[in-house]
Design a protein around this ligand. Structure first.
Ligand SMILES: [Mg+2]
Length: 214
């Protein structure tokens, strides 16, 4: 069945940004006394929004300096404005879906400024237009369904008629909780882990059209 809307996660789906972001986070945490590599940062925080990372970090290093989350979010936005690494084939896949007349939205646990910077850098700002949703736009970040419910509504589609494209466990859980069909891009997270949380795993953006019935 052809979906009424397709809702894309950003990091690890549209943007191959996880390692850029995690290198920044790892540097910061190492400086705060929690020595960490970019790979360890990815394993520790994959799919979490900054506000959900803060208590985990404070449990380890003690209270963070005031404004720490805002500062690192600003650093990430700057880095992403400079260069957001594109996920191979992803922007093309978004354009094919939109070209088929299906509304598209992006729904991310990134901060809004950071997310907008990534969309501009990837050349997708005009494709998604106003259908760009950050955790700052809703009450609760993923794994709660709020961001996907907002994105579906903006597309004028019922959640059960939408397909979500996700790469992380919190993201898959958010899409399933919203009542959407979830395709799990198995790149950072193994296929069986994504499937265990209710996603249909796939591993190449080129296969997306067929999975969506286009
Ligand atoms: Mg992701």
């Amino acid at each position: 069945m052809i979906p009424r809307a397709v809702l894309f996660d950003c990091d690890g789906v549209l943007a191959d940004s996880e390692m850029v972001v995690n290198a920044l986070v790892a540097d910061q945490l190492t400086a705060l006394g929690w020595p960490m590599t970019a790979v360890q940062s990815r394993e520790t925080f994959l799919g979490l929004a900054l506000p959900d990372m803060v208590p985990r970090i404070e449990a380890r290093v003690g209270p963070l300096p005031p404004g720490w989350a805002e500062d690192i979010s600003h650093l990430i936005a700057l880095e992403m404005t400079e260069r957001t690494p594109a996920m191979p084939g992803a922007a093309e896949a978004v354009r094919r879906v939109a070209g088929a007349g299906i509304p598209v939205a992006v729904a991310s646990n990134s901060a809004r400024a950071e997310l907008m910077a990534k969309m501009r850098s990837l050349g997708l700002a005009t494709v998604f237009a106003e259908r760009v949703f950050s955790f700052e736009d809703v009450e609760r970040p993923k794994p709660y369904p709020d961001i996907y419910l907002a994105a579906a509504a903006a597309c004028g589609a019922a959640p059960q008629d939408c397909v979500v494209i996700e790469d992380s466990v919190p993201g898959v859980r958010a899409g399933i909780a919203a009542g959407c069909r979830v395709l799990g891009f198995a790149r950072e997270t193994p296929r069986d882990v994504l499937a265990a949380h209710g996603a249909e795993p796939f591993d190449e953006m080129a296969k997306l059209d067929k999975l969506l019935g286009l």
